[in-house]
Design a protein around this ligand. Structure first.
Ligand SMILES: CC(C)(COP(=O)(O)OP(=O)(O)OC[C@H]1O[C@@H](n2cnc3c(N)ncnc32)[C@H](O)[C@@H]1OP(=O)(O)O)[C@@H](O)C(=O)NCCC(=O)NCCS
Length: 148
C-alpha cells in the first residue's frame, strides 16, 4: 500500500515490524484489503510523531483521510505531536490545526540520492536558511556565515 503511494520502498516485513512497534495505528479496510494506513510513535505520555499517512488514490477526496488523522490524533490525546509530510500536504495538515515549526530540525539517515530528491522536491529549507527575524542575530551565525 505504501509502495503504491510511493511513500516507502521498504519490504512488507519491514513495514510489519515498524507498524507493530508503533504506539498508535489506523488501518482502513475495503473488505479484506487494506486501502489506508497511518501510524504514530509515542513515549505514551508526552511526545508523539505521526508517520506513513496514506490512502489509496481511488478512495481519496471523500473525508477518509480526515477520519484517519482524527482517529490517530485521538489515540495521542494529551500529547504533543510532530510530523513530517510531503510538500504537497502541508496545507492539509494546517487545516487539521498543525502549525509549521520554525525550530524543527531533521537528520535523515538516507542516501545521497534520496536526500537530493528530498531537497529538489522541497522537503528542506535551503542549507543555512535563516528567517528574516533571525538572520542578523549573532547566535545564529554559523561558520558558513561568519566566513562571508
Ligand atoms: C493525504 C491523504 C491521506 C488525504 O486523504 P483524503 O481522504 O483524500 O482526504 P480528505 O478527503 O479526508 O480531506 C480532508 C481535508 O484535507 C484536504 N486535503 C486533502 N488532501 C490535500 C492536499 N494534498 N493539500 C491540501 N488539502 C488537502 C481536503 O480538501 C479536505 O479539506 P476540507 O475538509 O476543507 O474540504 C491522501 O490524499 C493520500 O494518501 N495522499 C497520498 C499520500 C500522502 O501524500 N500522504 C501524506 C504524506 S505522509
Amino acid at each position: 500500500m505504501l509502495k503504491r503511494s510511493q511513500l516507502s520502498d521498504h519490504t512488507a516485513e519491514e513495514q510489519k515490524f515498524v507498524f507493530e512497534n508503533s504506539y498508535g495505528v489506523v488501518f482502513v479496510y475495503d473488505d479484506e484489503k487494506i486501502v489506508g494506513v497511518a501510524r504514530a510513535l509515542s513515549d505514551g505520555l508526552m511526545q508523539a510523531a505521526i508517520y506513513n499517512v496514506a490512502l489509496d488514490e481511488e478512495y481519496q477526496g471523500h473525508g477518509i483521510g480526515r477520519e484517519m488523522i482524527n482517529r490517530l490524533v485521538a489515540q495521542l490525546k494529551g500529547q504533543n505531536i510532530i510530523l513530517y509530510t510531503h510538500p504537497q500536504t502541508v496545507l492539509m495538515y494546517e487545516k487539521f490545526g498543525f502549525r509549521r515549526a520554525k525550530t524543527a530540525l531533521e537528520l535523515f539517515d538516507a542516501g545521497e540520492e534520496e536526500l537530493k530528491w528530498m531537497d529538489d522536491t522541497g522537503f528542506f529549507l535551503p542549507e543555512g536558511f535563516r528567517f528574516c527575524d533571525e538572520y542578523k542575530r549573532e547566535d545564529m551565525k554559523g561558520p558558513k556565515w561568519q566566513s562571508k
